[in-house]
Design a protein around this ligand. Structure first.
Ligand code: FES
Length: 59
């Protein structure tokens, strides 16, 4: 998997988000925000997080 920074406000990488989704069974943007803090500042990365959620749930 290609890793890159998804949330620049909090310096959260894609791998961190995917790991949290898998390990904690997260299903919503709100849960990802709570667990990783990604998406909780400017909200500019929220769409990207939704994409990652969809992608990860498919695996
Ligand atoms: S880039 Fe993620 S909250 Fe701003």
């Amino acid at each position: 998997m290609e890793d890159y920074e998804v949330c620049s406000c909090n310096s959260i990488n894609k791998s961190t988000i995917v790991k949290a989704i898998k390990e904690k069974g997260l299903t919503t943007l709100e849960e990802v925000k709570y667990e990783t803090t990604a998406g909780s500042v400017c909200g500019g990365c929220c769409e990207e997080i939704e994409e990652i959620l969809k992608e990860t749930k498919r695996d």
